[in-house]
Design a protein around this ligand. Sequence first.
Ligand code: NAD
Length: 260
Amino acid sequence: MKLTGKVAFVTGAASGLGKEIALEYVRAGASVAIADINQAAAEATAAEIAKSGGKAIGMAVDVTSEEQVEAGVARTIKEFGNVDILVSNAGIQIVHPIEEFSYEEWKRMLAIHLDGAFLTTKACVRQMKKSGKGGSLIYMGSVHSKLASVLKAPYVTAKHGLIGLARTMAKEGAAFNIRANVICPGFVRTPLVENQIPEQAKTLGISEEDVVKKVMLKDTVDGEFTTTADVAQVALMFAAFPTNALTGQSLVVSHGWYMQ
Ligand code: NAD
């Protein structure tokens, strides 16, 4: 599947899943904006891509800031001429029992995952309609868009919410050839997950090995982690798929942890 001549705006693309998706899109021929709150890491990722002959720009974007999102999308359009693909991927994780969540933590989680998706969608859809070329909106959900786990109330709430946004955008975008889909990965060993392992071990009073085996991978078909490469392949398919036949969907890539 090729993305020749396409332009992608990928949030949280300086690390983990977002970075792998950006690299995969460049390999498929796209130009990519690496938008991340971590400016140094975003610029380093863009430089890494440029060194191997790809087209990328790194930029500081906090997805909860309307001003920064608007400026980031405007810069992408100025430098690359358009935006064809949005990957709303930036995210964090905080794990506590509900009564230990401060209101600030709850709002921060919903802001990064949901406000970030709203603000980036709004900015990119405007351009997708203006260009007349349509586009692909891709949201990074999770198996937690489909089911719940203890200690993750705001994360599960936000990830379920993204499915509602994608379905709405599939309907609003259809007449403009704008598609919207959600990727729902199982556990992938990115920094977001590495940090959770000791935290969950402490909260649940079990070893880190047991967090991996008995919590994270317990219900997979083979006890395996999903990889960034697995998720990037799904992101490529959603980006390259040419018609509205594939829209409003959420695809689980989780070694069978959740089967729909
Ligand atoms: P990661 O920590 O490796 O990367 C997240 C990136 O998002 C980082 O570069 C970080 O700087 C950036 N970021 C954080 N807050 C931001 C903000 N306000 N604005 C812009 N950028 C911001 O984590 P990851 O595992 O690659 O997670 C990426 C997405 O995948 C998240 O939405 C996460 O919920 C989702 N996800 C991850 C897993 C997993 O197992 N790793 C599974 C399912 C879904």
